[in-house]
Design a protein around this ligand. Structure first.
Ligand code: ASP
Length: 294
């Protein structure tokens, strides 16, 4: 199914979670980061760029913003290290690449892109960083990702305002793409992997829909959330209903989160069961919209 020129669209999220004092205090900075990410993706699409490149551009901006839980500023493991995961998928041919538990590649979404170019789909830890380095991607000591803010949060018991990031894009040729990037959850045991880098759980794109999830990762894995939405859309369920049903399924496991999705007509869905999910939307010919809290 291909969309006519002019239906290009971008939807972003920066994690489903609570509205802590911090989110209120940093609302303007978060809004500016989302605007920059939206601008990077929409400029590419406006100029005829690919959905996959637009997703990568938006997620890269959000990874570099230290208040989101991805790239620099990611949530920390119990041992104080940052372990990063990301996935990227193109709907037209279901090309997919993902990395889990990496420690050195400056932009995990770029590492996922390097895997997407290869025969593999998912690479982990040192082997994934080595693949990214071999592809010429910038490497950093793990301390680069560790911010004083996240070190303080590791010691605190405040509710997580999670901050995982994701993007779904539709280009003028009708191709959909999705990407998600995360540091996981605060104080996770080293080696824990959530849904974000798992194709079909936290990230998915096919010819009909692109999906990026955020929230209690184990429940998104156990419900096959992203793929379940795609199946529903395939059988004719409107995208928003499909997303709501997937979140209901997550809730039946006692878990919570949020999902962004985009269909091949450019119809977006942004649904969350948490207090907030910073998010942004751009559609060709329309003004961008950005929501931080709620
Ligand atoms: N889903 C992510 C994970 O479980 C966390 C999040 O979205 O906040 O690692």
């Amino acid at each position: 199914m291909s969309a006519p020129t002019g239906t290009a669209a971008v939807v972003l999220h920066a994690g489903a979670g609570s509205i802590g004092a911090e989110l209120r205090e940093c609302e303007q900075e978060c809004r500016a980061a989302l605007a920059e990410a939206l601008g990077a993706a929409s400029a590419l699409l406006h100029d005829g760029g690919d959905a996959l490149d637009a997703v990568r551009a938006a997620v890269t901006v959000m990874e570099d913003f230290p208040l989101f839980n991805s790239g620099r500023g990611a949530a920390l493991c119990t041992d104080g290290s940052a372990q990063l995961s990301a996935a990227l998928m193109r709907g037209s041919d279901r090309a997919a690449g993902a990395v889990a538990g990496i420690s050195h590649t400056q932009n995990p979404i770029a590492a996922a892109g390097a895997v997407l170019q290869s025969e593999q789909v998912l690479m982990i830890a040192a082997g994934a960083d080595e693949r990214a380095a071999a592809a010429g991607l910038a490497q950093q000591p793990n301390e680069y990702f560790v911010t004083a803010r996240q070190q303080a949060r590791l010691q605190s018991s405040v509710d997580p305002d999670r901050g995982t990031v994701g993007a779904v894009c539709l280009d003028a040729k009708g191709v959909l793409a999705a990407g998600t990037s995360t540091g996981g959850v605060r104080a996770q045991p080293p080696g824990r992997v959530g849904d974000s880098p798992l194709i079909g759980a936290g990230t998915w794109a096919d010819g009909r829909v692109a999906v990026s999830c955020t929230g209690d990762g184990e429940a998104f894995i156990r419900t096959g959330a992203a793929r379940q939405i795609a199946m529903q859309v395939e059988f004719g369920t409107p995208i928003r209903v499909a997303v709501e049903r997937a979140l209901v399924d997550v809730a039946t496991l006692g878990a919570n989160g949020g999902i962004i999705a985009l269909d091949a007509e450019g119809v977006p869905a942004m649904v969350f069961g948490t207090a907030a999910m910073p998010r942004a939307l751009w559609r060709a010919g329309s003004e961008p919209s950005i929501w931080v809290a709620p």
